[in-house]
Design a protein around this ligand. Structure first.
Ligand SMILES: CSC[C@@H](O)[C@@H](O)C(=O)COP(=O)(O)O
Length: 352
């Protein structure tokens, strides 16, 4: 797999692969301040649930250095403000809040500013490294779930650049390519910001995976015409009952999978589960600016004054999901009533 490393932390400096510029340019952006980190998340230079969490964690580590001359009480106060600032960048992907909470938890009772700064950097690095290991395990588990599948559809980009490495829904394709597994992947372009065409197609090409681009509205016809055997998607937040929020258009695919009688898999790390909410009804759905829909490449494609609704995510109810593939194992539908205990136990394999 020869995909550029998406998030780099070296000598205390954070650099990210600028996803705006893909697939035309491999461009790295140095994020020197917490404002740089916030801006890169809001504008989707860095995107994808795990990558947002990792970048925000480094953002807090970077912010903490500003307060090294302060007393510990004011350090905690200031860092809490920074935590709230970063938490306001995007609302749906729970990995953001999970990573920020983990960072703050690490220094909750620390009474030395220098120690807190040191611990924050170490914790961000751990979050980053753990995600890579987690995605690799998701890939292996997904290869098992897809053992008899060749033609598969996906949406958005849940790949290497949306994580530390390998991705979630795309991990089986990257790992499979290394093992000589031949998949035929159909990638939905993913309107309105084209994570499918710009990012997924590019990523899979780098790994030598057979990938075909379709527009989102071609999904139903393609499943029928090309004999798609399964659909696999990533996730931004999974409720305790298995309801899953992911990129807008995912719900369409979940409904199509039921209609055509094919499997619908969600691939996500345990950090994407929000066990504090019982169902997907409680997941906040981000709405983004109307220009994402009314303009294309700087030109208007809808009349001035057009009313726009631009939700960035939708929620697929658990009854449409065949299984959720995690780093801890595969949770099949019959075990969705037991997700909290299966996912809640850190480090343990799912037994189902
Ligand atoms: C491994 S990434 C999983 C999800 O975050 C991904 O499928 C997705 O919906 C990303 O949305 P985005 O708006 O591009 O951040």
């Amino acid at each position: 797999m020869s995909i550029p490393t998406p998030i780099i932390w070296k000598n205390g400096q954070l650099t990210i692969l600028n996803q705006h510029k893909l697939p035309n340019e491999i461009d790295y952006a140095a994020l020197e301040t917490i404002e740089d980190v916030y801006e890169s998340i809001v504008t989707l230079k860095v995107r994808g649930a795990p990558a947002i969490g990792i970048t925000a964690a480094y953002g807090l580590a970077i912010a903490s250095r500003k307060y090294k001359e302060q007393n510990i009480a004011s350090f905690h106060l200031r860092l809490h403000e920074d935590y709230l600032y970063l938490a306001g960048s995007r609302p749906t992907a729970v990995n953001l809040f999970w990573a920020l909470d983990r960072m703050m938890g690490k220094i909750e009772n620390v009474e030395s500013v220098n120690e807190a700064i040191y611990l924050l950097e170490a914790e961000a690095i751990s979050i980053h490294q753990e995600d890579e290991a987690s995605c690799k395990r998701i890939g292996r588990n997904a290869l098992e779930a897809l053992a008899n599948v060749k033609k598969i559809m996906t949406i958005c980009n849940a790949g290497t650049i949306a994580t530390a490495k390998y991705g979630t829904a795309l991990a089986p394709f990257h790992l499979g390519a290394e093992q000589g597994r031949e998949f035929e992947v159909y990638a939905c372009e993913t309107r309105p910001v084209f994570q499918g065409s710009r990012l997924t197609v590019w990523e899979l090409q780098q790994s030598g995976v057979d990938v075909t681009l379709i527009t989102d509205s071609m999904a139903a016809h393609t499943i029928h015409a090309k004999g798609i055997e399964a659909i696999i998607v990533g996730a931004d937040r999974i409720a305790a009952n298995g309801d899953t929020a992911n990129k807008i258009g995912t719900l369409n695919l979940a409904i199509l999978a039921k209609q055509f009688g094919i499997a619908f898999y969600v691939a996500a790390p345990s950090t994407t589960f929000d066990l504090t909410i019982e169902s997907g009804a409680e997941i906040p759905i981000e709405e983004r600016k109307e220009e994402e829909i009314t303009t294309f490449a700087g030109r208007r494609i809808a009349p001035e004054g057009t009313k726009v609704f631009n939700p960035a995510f939708d929620m697929s109810p658990s009854e449409l999901i065949t299984a959720i593939i995690t780093e801890k194992g595969i949770i099949y539908k019959q075990d969705f009533n037991n997700i909290s205990s299966l996912i809640g136990k850190a480090g343990e394999e799912v037994k189902s």
